[in-house]
Design a protein around this ligand. Structure first.
Ligand SMILES: [Zn+2]
Length: 376
């Protein structure tokens, strides 16, 4: 923390960090000054799990499958803008259709449309009729697994997403706790992705699927809700391995988590929360993700997601690490998540001090994404 701090940004990169007085004397008079009295400047936030192609309405599947590519792209660009306005300067998209996120990523990087830096998974690997099959990533044989990963890599994917267990949004598919792939197939996914220089993010609700993904060597576990047919079954041994192998957990929570907990009922909610607390105690690296785009998960309610973790007893510094440093580390991004010379100029200024009052994150005064000021 630097009191009365200042950051000098040039050509999209942080050049110097210090007190405002220090910078005032070292930076030329012609350099534009932005002043935010009473605000805190922190690294731009990182949402590690969104679906820009989904509309967060009651039936995102229909919305994505029945929208033409041009219209869908425009909607995705608009959602990217909502994320940016909330202080999110990097977003990892974990499943879209037709690699539209890659086109959006490139348009944003070229300055053609405002938005956060996009890290794109493109079509997630799933089984025939499996979770999110409608995004185009169905595979069955080992050859099909190889071919899909090669196709995603060729389309410009930044990572590979695999649907290791069933999910809530796919009627008729495997149940949430059921594994979709064999352990051998998951290992193949990780090996093939690595051959293309890509890490793997695994959607895993089931306790079995979580264990199989850790064994296979995925980089991040999405959801990680420890589900079985009976309820919740947390496994401390698998968790120990996660910590050892530095597998991060993106325990996706949308801003409307209070409603979600209510619908779950007290007993299951308590079991779910108990598993999160146990993972925290074991030293798991948590990263922030909202699953924005799925029903009820609005784009840009990033602070709401962080407030969930605060409500479980995570302290504010820990929560901010999830949103910045830890997220950048887990995503393999060396140029964001910290305020230091040489880093990309991803910065957010919020009213007040989020270390003492997390709701400060809801009062965004200014956002710089790769050095560009977001219109407010
Ligand atoms: Zn998701």
């Amino acid at each position: 923390m630097v009191e009365d701090g200042g950051v000098f940004v040039d050509s999209g990169v942080i050049r110097a960090v210090g007190t405002a007085d220090d910078l005032e004397s070292s930076v030329g008079a012609d350099v534009e000054r932005l002043r935010f009295p009473g605000a805190t400047v922190l690294p731009g936030l990182i949402d590690c799990h969104v679906h820009l192609a989904f509309d967060a309405g009651p039936d995102p599947v229909r919305a994505v499958t029945e929208t033409g590519p041009d219209e869908l792209f425009a909607a995705m660009a608009e959602r990217a803008g909502q994320l940016l306005a909330a202080g999110v300067t990097t977003v990892r998209d974990l499943g879209d259709r037709g690699a539209l996120t890659v086109a959006l990523r490139d348009a944003i990087a070229a300055g053609k449309t405002p938005g956060p830096t996009v890290v794109a998974a493109t079509a997630p690997l799933t089984v025939r009729g499996g979770h999110c099959w409608f995004l185009g990533g169905e595979v069955g044989t080992e050859d099909e697994i190889r071919a899909r990963i090669a196709a995603n890599a060729a389309a410009g994917a930044d990572l590979i997403k695999v649907m290791a267990s069933g999910g809530a949004m796919t009627p008729g598919g495997p149940r949430m706790w059921e594994s979709q792939f064999s352990p051998g197939q998951l290992r193949l996914v990780v090996e093939e992705a690595a051959r293309h220089g890509l890490a793997v993010a695994a959607h895993a609700h089931g306790t079995d699927a979580i264990a199989e993904c850790v064994e296979a060597g995925v980089r991040t576990l999405e959801h990680c809700s420890w589900r079985t047919a009976e309820g919740v079954e947390y496994d401390p041994e698998v968790t120990r391995r996660m910590v050892e192998d530095d597998v991060a957990v993106c325990r996706c929570v949308s801003g409307d988590w209070r409603l979600f907990l209510e619908q779950m009922g007290p007993e299951r909610a308590e079991a779910m929360i108990g598993a999160i607390r146990a993972m925290r105690t074991a030293g798991v690296r948590f990263i922030g993700g909202t699953d924005a785009g799925v029903p009820g998960a609005r784009f840009g309610d990033y602070a709401g997601m962080l407030e969930f973790f605060a409500s479980l007893g995570f302290d504010n510094a820990e929560v901010l690490d999830m949103a910045t440093t830890n997220a950048a580390h887990a995503l393999g991004l060396a140029d964001t998540g910290r305020i230091a010379p040489g880093m990309r100029a991803d910065l957010v200024a919020v009213d007040g001090d989020p270390l003492t009052d997390l709701s400060a994150l809801r009062r965004v005064r200014h956002v710089l994404a790769a050095g560009r000021s977001a219109a407010r």
